[in-house]
Write a protein that binds this ligand. Sequence first.
Ligand code: C2E
Ligand code: MG
Ligand code: MG
Ligand code: MG
Length: 287
Amino acid sequence: EAKRRGKNQVVVFKIHFLDIVSRRMQLEQALREALNEQELDIWFQPIIDARNGSVIGLEALSRWKLCSEFIPPDEFIGIAETSGMITKLGQQVFNKVGAALQELRIDYPELQCNVNLSLRQFRDSDLTKDIMQCIEKYQLPPSAMHLELTESMIAESESEILPTMQSLVNHGFKFHLDDFGTGYSSLERLKNLPFDTLKIDRSFVAPLGKNDHVMVKNIINIGHELGMNLIAEGVETEVEVNKLLQLGCHQIQGYYFARPMPLDALKVWMLDNQTQQLSAHTSTKNG
Ligand code: C2E
Ligand code: MG
Ligand code: MG
Ligand code: MG
């Protein structure tokens, strides 16, 4: 029985019985192996224009399944960062996203996808080179891949990030500021950084359900004043969608419209969404 299940089962057994530090060490070793075997997956979450249901783009989110258990990205991305593996992880992300986009853009020629970046990728690698190689390999324009940086990365290490960011902007890449509102970066600084879009953190969206919209309203106003596009993250209910639309934010990402999903499921979802839009269009014309 033990032999049939293979060595992965032993890893799970150990993880359940060791303390947090050991879990971390176990996961680090397992992650190293998973990266060597290219076992990590990318799931895609659509970003929707809530005014008409059309797809604005996707966000690529890493997924790691270790013996039938998904390890949360918030856990393994941190491990990859501190153990120096995030560059390798990031290169595999570029590669998988590039391949997926090349395929998807046959049917959806304008489709673009956001990729999350970590600080260590700016430190440890030639990020511009890695990204340029990816889009050349998959014959994509720079506009097909948007890059997400978190606000806390900017607050902590702006000077380290800015030169590479500028070089990528010069190549035609767009940057999104992720988790906006949580990172305490100064607005004065933000105004001078080449961001194209602010992603409003879910912690400001959730209170909309309790009729508390002061924070999100302020954030939307800031975004408009800075001349940036806005995407609301983590939108789960119709109430949230309607309030966001009223407040002037129509680009929406969240479980209400779609969860992150593997590429095959995404293809089905995209077709389905397209059909729904067509029928909505026809019914408004006819009625
Ligand atoms: P993020 O970039 O802010 O990604 C959005 C997170 O919100 C994702 O969590 C997504 O699954 C989740 N989400 C989306 N809609 C909803 C919703 O309606 N409700 C709720 N409760 N959650 C929603 P996930 O996939 O667990 O990723 C967590 C974080 O891990 C990401 O936050 C990102 O910072 C990081 N991450 C994920 N993949 C990568 C990667 O490939 N590279 C790097 N550097 N970081 C990554
Ligand atoms: Mg993100
Ligand atoms: Mg976010
Ligand atoms: Mg986040």
